[in-house]
Design a protein around this ligand. Structure first.
Ligand SMILES: [Zn+2]
Length: 449
């Protein structure tokens, strides 16, 4: 990866979403990046004319849009090779397709796949990802090493499970080893690379974790001020299992199991949250925990349709997740359109629901995700002073006919965004930047000198 220098500008249609439902656009705009941060935005002509002590290197790629980098709040490193596998629901799918793949994710296989995984994230325009490794310490170690090399902003953790685990250890030993390894990984990697890499204690979910494991994971996360990530209320059969396991112990519902173990914190990311009652939604909001909505995954496994309006109304911070390999792609544009489609499907049966607009899905994949990760002050928009995590998208690659390229300049901000949400993907992603450093550039562009 070559050094991009300390001062450069990008010309393009600038689009970001500072709030849910609030879309900003600037046609023929420009953004100046200085020492990894956004130092100016404005009209291209104005910024080009402005006198500066140092010359600005300009990147002009034709009809492009410049967006904040996409944020994936929930995905699984060891599962990517098993996408689009099996047509079953969560628990049989985990047993038949996922645990065997995760079980192999160690040693040479992990070393071969991890760098490719993070490259794929960058190629898709994802600049920040919250990720589960496998249960093995080396799967997470290798993952962090690859994340470090990739230049991406990554929150990663070793998956913890001591019930029905695919590991080789005696059940009694699993818990103590899992805690020891998780703590060791956190000590080594949390807040390294000037905070670009962070640790998430990652108890998989209540079906595969004992109360002791969940309690201990929560204590460790508090001690190290690290993240927590887990799955909650994804699937009906999962709910029944959790009821069977925990309701005799005084838990009122699934969320209450996590509350009792101390897992609901302001640094907790809860994957899915589909089948929640009003008490659970209120409890998550009160704890200031966040939700990763994973619509492509929920559709693939037939898990259900999230009550997004109720979670938003409660004030819960929500981001989007690819949840690979239950989600078939790392493409966050696809995840955005699936989020829209899920609410459309609900509207077929619930007449008074409002739709999710492209601008709102885009907010969830950018500034909403940043807020859900507690990073809204640092990333998620194109505001001056923010760290320069951004992507350049080729609009010409998204229109149906070559002659349509002539009229791109006349499109509104909403039209450009809708084009990306409904047709976007790695084929149109030209460049990905994290902290002003290029972490991906489409092969058709020669390296900049
Ligand atoms: Zn998941």
């Amino acid at each position: 990866m070559e050094e991009d220098g300390d001062l450069f500008g990008i010309r393009g249609f600038l689009i970001d979403a500072p709030e849910f439902g609030d879309l900003r656009g600037r046609r023929d705009g420009a953004i100046i990046i200085e020492n990894g941060r956004i130092s100016a935005t404005g009209d291209y002509d104005d910024l080009r004319r402005r006198q500066r002590p140092k010359p600005v290197r300009w990147i002009e790629r034709g009809p492009v849009a410049v967006f904040p980098g996409l944020i994936d709040c929930h995905t699984h490193l060891p599962q990517y090779s098993a996408v689009a596998r099996g047509e079953s629901e969560l628990l049989p799918w985990l047993r038949q397709h996922i645990f065997p793949v995760e079980h192999e994710f160690t040693g040479p296989k992990a070393r071969a796949e991890a760098p490719q995984f993070f490259h794929e994230l960058a190629r898709h325009g994802t600049t920040t990802a919250m990720v589960y490794a496998a249960i093995f310490e080396d799967s997470c170690e290798i993952g962090f090493e690859a994340a470090k090399q990739s230049g991406l902003r990554v929150i990663l953790g070793k998956t913890m499970m001591d019930l029905g685990s695919y590991g080789q250890l005696q059940p009694k030993k699993v818990l103590s080893v899992s805690l020891l390894q998780s703590e060791r990984l956190c000590r080594k990697w949390h807040r390294t690379e000037e905070g670009r890499l962070e640790y998430a204690f990652s108890p998989r979910f209540a079906v595969t974790c004992s109360e002791k494991l969940m309690r201990s994971a929560a204590e460790l996360a508090t001690r190290f001020d690290a993240y927590l990530q887990t799955h909650l209320a994804e699937n009906r059969e999962e709910l029944e299992k959790v009821h069977h396991l925990y309701m005799g112990m005084g838990a009122r519902d699934y969320t209450h199991v996590y509350e009792q173990c101390g897992l609901l914190t302001p640094k907790t990311m809860l994957g899915h949250c589909i089948h929640l009652n009003p008490r659970e939604i209120a409890a998550i909001a009160a704890a200031h925990s966040s939700v990763a909505h994973c619509p492509t995954s929920n559709l693939f496994l037939g898990s259900g349709l999230i009550k997004l309006d109720q979670l938003l109304k409660a004030g819960i911070a929500i981001g989007l997740g690819s949840d690979v390999a239950a989600g078939p792609e790392l493409n966050m544009w696809q995840v955005m359109r699936a989020a829209i489609d899920v609410q459309k499907a609900r509207r077929a049966y619930e007449a008074n629901l409002r739709p999710l607009r492209p601008s709102e899905a885009f907010y969830l994949a950018t500034h909403g995700g940043a807020r859900a990760l507690g990073k809204a002050e640092v990333i998620g928009t194109l505001d001056i002073g923010k760290e320069a995590d951004l992507i350049i998208v080729d609009l010409a690659a998204l229109v149906p006919y070559p002659q349509d390229r002539e009229t791109l300049g006349a499109l509104s901000t909403e039209d450009v965004l809708a084009l990306c949400v409904y047709r976007g993907g790695p084929h149109a992603n030209l460049e990905t930047y994290v902290r002003g450093k290029s972490v991906y550039r489409a092969p058709k562009f020669a390296p900049l000198s």
